[in-house]
Design a protein around this ligand. Structure first.
Ligand code: SUG
Length: 446
């Protein structure tokens, strides 16, 4: 019999080095805001406010801490040497792009942290985690080791949780985690269908692929994760992302589709073979009929979907239906705002729309859905995990005070190599692991 389960959302707490460095070719917002001055304090407070609102609504809300940035061990591995201050100065002088990459706060987008398969789907009935290698971008490829440590520390009980290392970090196995993975199901505790969306087939040069921007996820990576997680065929659908969408700035599937329960909300340009995707899901979904909420290009042109991040919304169960938690930009793009009004009047599965302000993150191409990693947990698993990262009123207050004490309100590219910034970050993170009860997870703590 299916066990009672919930979807817990783990948001990445925005780190003290949040900045706009234009590091992500193919991500339109990242490129268009390059060198803008960021406000890390505001970014972290916006993220915390989002978490608090959802936690107040009764959703299980967790926090994943930021990574240590600038990451001096990555600079050492690239041949920079001396004291930390000398290493930062050398890197800033000779390789400003490398310096910016190791200072990025990109771990905030925890939809890319890992792929997670709930125990109701896996062979051994444990929850499986694989940190994403994020090999498409250097600044993100340095996240997975620490992400793995965090996940192991939070989900430590091997009786319930299984952890795999990231896939080999080469383009053939490029893996972007849950941003390209959606689960559809009747109830969270029932076996579901895991939809893996890939941008290209690495070992088949003839297969369709984008022409302008890179495809970050490969079929081979998605298949490897499915094998590692012990997912049977009956639970699996692999679908190719439409290369034209990637070339229009849809660098992850979660910029053009989001699923929850039996509902898939997507743009008509999301998949290369839309009808096959729908019929494959329908053939496997048990305990519910698929509700496909399709948005046409006539209603929302793809450029507007990318500009507003309509599909990078969180789709959440409510007592009366489903809530779409959208970024504020959705009400600023006329076609999208009009569409949302129509959606609400349609009597479909999505019954509420609420706006969340995550502008600081949005300017780097990260909407509400990018900022969270979904982990479906049954009651026993929820009890077994480390509870210190679950947001309560007290933890929210504590984290807000912590941000206000440690974060700068302005950061530009020239500040990234400031040795004082590194010191501030380490002091703040050391305190944070204490607040969250996580033990030593950072390189500087080892
Ligand atoms: O990987 N932006 C991130 C945004 C990730 C969004 N995640 C999801 N869609 N799930 C990326 O492109 C920009 C950093 C900079 O340019 O400074 C950046 O890494």
């Amino acid at each position: 019999m299916a066990k009672h389960a919930v979807e817990a959302n783990f948001d990445g707490l925005v780190g003290p080095t949040h900045n706009y460095a234009g590091l992500s070719w193919g991500n339109v917002a990242s490129k268009s805001n390059v060198n803008a001055v960021s406000n890390p304090r505001e970014a972290a407070l916006q993220g915390l406010a989002k978490m608090k609102r959802l936690s107040d609504r009764g959703y299980v809300q967790g926090v994943l801490p930021p990574h240590e940035r600038p990451h001096v061990p990555s600079l050492k591995a690239l041949g920079f040497s001396g004291t930390d201050a000398q290493i930062l100065a050398q890197a800033a002088k000779s390789s400003p792009s490398i310096m910016a990459a190791v200072a990025s706060a990109s771990s905030m987008w925890t939809a890319n942290a890992a792929t997670v398969s709930p125990s109701a789907d896996t062979d051994d009935h444990r929850v499986h985690f694989t940190p994403a290698n994020l090999s498409a971008k250097f600044h993100r490829s340095i996240e997975h080791r620490v992400t793995g440590r965090m996940l192991k520390s939070i989900f430590a009980d091997e009786g319930y949780f299984a952890h795999h290392p990231a896939l080999p970090s080469v383009s053939h196995f490029g893996d972007e985690g849950a941003a390209n993975h959606t689960r559809l199901c009747g109830g969270y505790g029932e076996p579901g269908v895991e939809l893996f969306v890939y941008g290209q087939i690495a070992f088949n040069e003839q297969a369709p692929a984008p022409k302008k921007y890179p495809a970050r996820q490969t079929l081979e990576a998605s298949q490897a994760i499915a094998r590692l997680h012990g997912l049977k065929n009956g639970h699996l659908v692999f679908a190719q992302q439409n290369p034209a969408a990637i070339d229009a700035g849809v660098f992850h599937n979660d910029v053009i589709a989001v699923g929850n329960g039996n509902t898939l909300f997507y743009h008509e340009m999301a998949f290369l073979d839309e009808q096959r995707v729908l019929s494959d899901i329908r053939a496997r979904l048990t305990g519910a009929e698929l509700e496909a909420v399709r948005v046409s290009s006539g209603e929302v042109p793809i450029a507007d979907a990318v500009a507003s991040y309509l599909f990078n919304s969180q789709l959440l169960n409510t007592p009366d239906g489903m809530l779409l938690a959208v970024p504020g930009e959705c009400r600023e793009v006329p076609s999208v705002s009009k569409y949302l009004d129509k959606l609400l009047a349609s009597g479909g599965p999505i019954t509420a729309v609420e706006v969340f302000d995550v502008k600081q993150s949005m300017r780097n191409g990260g909407g509400p859905a990018c900022l969270r990693l979904r982990v479906v947990l049954n009651d026993d698993e929820l009890k077994a995990m480390h509870r210190g990262v679950i947001l309560t009123d007290a933890l929210y207050e504590r984290l807000t005070t912590w941000v206000e004490a440690h974060y700068r309100s302005e950061l530009s590219r020239d500040d990234l190599a400031d040795p004082m910034l590194l010191e501030e970050v380490r002091k703040a993170l050391d305190e944070l692991t204490g607040i969250l009860g996580l033990g030593s997870i950072y390189d500087f703590q080892m």
